[in-house]
Structures are given as C-alpha cells and as structure tokens.
Design a protein around this ligand. Structure first.
Ligand code: UT7
Length: 331
C-alpha cells in the first residue's frame, strides 16, 4: 500500500508595514547598529502598530494570502492550528478568533505553544491528522506579535524580536513528497532562562508584577545561546544521518531565525554552504513562531519539487527539533 504523507502544498505570509530599524533602537536604548548586526545579523524588524490589531489579525492576513494563491475558501479548511506565544488572550483560543475573522465556523482549531519551536511542533501535530486519513486540509499558522511582550527599555532583548505571521497548508500526498521525518525535543530544566515571569497562574497580574516589568520577555542570552547552538546543530545533523542524507543531498536548511551566528554554526556542522541556508533575519529579526513559515514564504519560488529541506528550530522551554521535508510543488 502507498504511504500517505502530509505534504506542504501552499504557503502564505504577512509582515506589518512599520519598520523598526537598528537606528530607531539606538534612540530607545544604549545600543548601536554595528553591535546588533555583528552579534545577531539583524538590521530591522516589523512592528504591528495599529491599535486594536493582534496576533490573530496577522494570522488572518497570512491565511488569506495562502487561500488566494491556492484558489481555496476558508470553508475548505478542516483544521487550523495556531502556533504562538502571543495569543490575543489566554482564552478562548486565538485559532477560534482567526477562523471567525475568516468568516467560517467549519474548521475546528486550537492554539499550540512551544516558544520558538511552536511552528515545528504544530507542523508535526498537523501532519498526524493527515496521515491518519481523518483530515484532508490542515492549516498550520505561526503568528507572533512579539512587540506586545518585548520591553523596549531592555537592550538585551528588544533588539532581537519582531512581529509577523506565516502559514502552510498540509494535504495528503502519495508521491513520496512531504514530511518524511521529525525529531522533537524538550527539556523543562531550561524554563528559567527564557520566559515571561508573570501573567500566568503562578504569578497572576498585579500592580507588583507590572512594576517589576515581569510581563515582558526575560532571557539569559548567553545560556540560551550555548544551548541553542549545540542542540539545534545536533538534531539537524542527526536527522540527516538517520535518513542517510549527505550534505549534497540537502538542498535547503530552513533554520529558526534567532541569531545568525547560531544558524552559521548549524550549517557548518551539517556541512552546508551558505547558499543552501535560507535567511531573512536581517529584515524581520526573530518573529518566534513565524520564522520558519516566513522563510518558506520568502523563498517559495526557489523551492523545487523533490528538493530536500531540513527545518530546524530552538526556543524557550527549552524546546528544539528538526524536520526532514521533501518539497512537493513548483510555484
Ligand atoms: O529564539 C529563542 C532563542 N533565543 C536565542 O536563541 C537567543 C540566544 N542568545 C543570543 O542570541 C545572544 O546571547 C544575544 C544576541 C542575546 C547576546 O549576544 P552575546 O554575544 O551573547 O552578548 P552578551 O550578552 O555576552 O553581551 C556582550 C556585551 C556585554 O557587555 P560587557 O559585559 O562585555 O561589557 C553586554 O552588556 O555586549 C553588551 N550588550 C550590548 N551592547 C550593545 C548586550 N546587549 C547589547 C546591545 N547593544 N543591545
């Protein structure tokens, strides 16, 4: 019997118009363009400025882009998974808000949070519904309005993050393309190094938590950097080895866009030259759950049917993982 795989059969994306450049940040905190570029690879990021607009609104724009490119309607979706650390509110799930704004109540949906690894986890979860044969069209969205939780007085973190949304459509495929393999990992021992200290059930919002700026992203950059570098490279190398892929067999590395230095190290361990590494960190910074789908969106025209892609990620939790995808269409 032919194996049914979950294939990525469409991509959508959205970034807000407002640009926050390194020069703009120089006016907010004690930093400079040269430091940010050399330590991170980031030149600018996009910020969702419009009042009353949230993560779900960017997700809606990305999904509309995907549907129009594929000639589909919102009612054609069976399941929508929103991957995010900045949902519009804690409940109800923002997946519901997205489908409502798209004008449909046909798909069911839920939110999935695994920090910067959310999208890769979501892709793996969505693929299970396709492979089980119970769902025909699953949309996985990564959307984050990081500007809502970034402290623009903290130079350690505010230079890193940006806002954006990207999504993919998963459909069944019998032509040996699609999601071939995945390695997903997590280790809660890392939780203390990258987190939002207050706002949840442990430390509910109070005047004290607001005064202590505990609703913003907190990160011990050096510790996270070390763990990220070692582990993203490790799972990326391992997924190549267990699928007998040499560096020549891999056409593209699709890495989480947290820091260019982490990406360069991962590519080096995989033996991949720079031209095989998808990168847009320079323009968008770290958009958390949106980095991987935004890369696929930006580079869609260069991806050819049959290309071997390695998706790789790392984030708070700690969470990390890699996925081997054989690309399924020419656009
Ligand atoms: O996506 C989720 C996962 N997150 C990550 O993967 C992020 C991982 N961490 C990183 O990318 C890096 O650790 C950072 C980019 C956050 C920081 O880079 P670093 O090379 O680790 O710098 P550092 O924290 O060791 O700081 C080096 C120096 C320090 O000064 P001294 O103590 O050497 O005098 C910092 O105070 O740079 C200083 N510094 C800055 N200078 C200018 C820290 N932030 C800034 C800044 N501008 N924004």
């Amino acid at each position: 019997m032919t194996k049914i795989r979950a294939a990525i059969t469409g991509v959508g994306g959205y970034v807000p118009d407002t640009i926050l450049s390194n020069k703009d940040l120089e006016r907010l905190v004690d930093t400079n363009d040269e430091w940010i570029i050399s330590r991170t690879g980031i030149r600018e990021r996009r910020i969702l400025k419009e009042p009353g607009k949230a993560t779900s609104d960017m997700a809606v724009m990305a999904v509309r882009d995907l549907l129009s490119k594929r000639g589909l309607e919102p009612d054609d979706i069976d399941l929508l998974i929103l991957c995010s650390v900045t949902p519009d509110m804690i409940f109800p799930a923002s997946a519901n808000l997205i489908t409502h704004k798209l004008g449909t109540s046909k798909p069911w949906g839920f939110d999935l949070a695994a920090a910067c690894s959310s999208f890769l986890y979501g892709l793996h979860v969505g693929a299970q519904f396709i492979q089980a044969g119970t769902h025909k069209r699953v949309v996985v969205v990564g959307s984050d309005k990081m500007s809502a939780i970034v402290d623009y007085t903290d130079r350690n973190t505010c230079i890193l993050f940006g806002d954006g949304a990207g999504c993919v459509l998963l459909e069944p495929s019998e032509d040996d393309c699609g999601i071939m393999d995945a390695i997903l990992r997590s280790d809660g021992a890392g939780a203390e190094f990258l987190r939002q200290k207050a706002g949840g059930s442990l430390n509910p919002p109070s005047h004290e938590t607001i005064d202590a700026r505990e609703h913003f992203v907190y990160q011990e950059g050096k510790t996270v950097f070390k763990f990220a570098t070692t582990n993203m490279a490790d799972v990326s190398r391992r997924i190549m080895d267990r699928n007998n892929l040499s560096a020549e067999d891999v056409q593209w590395l699709v890495p989480h866009q947290a820091n260019k230095r982490i990406i360069d190290y991962t590519a080096e361990i995989m033996g991949l030259p720079e031209e095989k590494v998808l990168m847009n960190i320079e323009r968008y910074g770290n958009t958390t759950s949106a980095t991987l789908p935004l890369l696929l969106w930006d580079y869609e025209k260069q991806l050819r049917k049959g290309d071997n892609l390695i998706l790789a990620t790392f984030g708070g939790g700690f969470t990390w993982g890699s996925m081997y995808v054989r690309w399924s269409y020419n656009s």
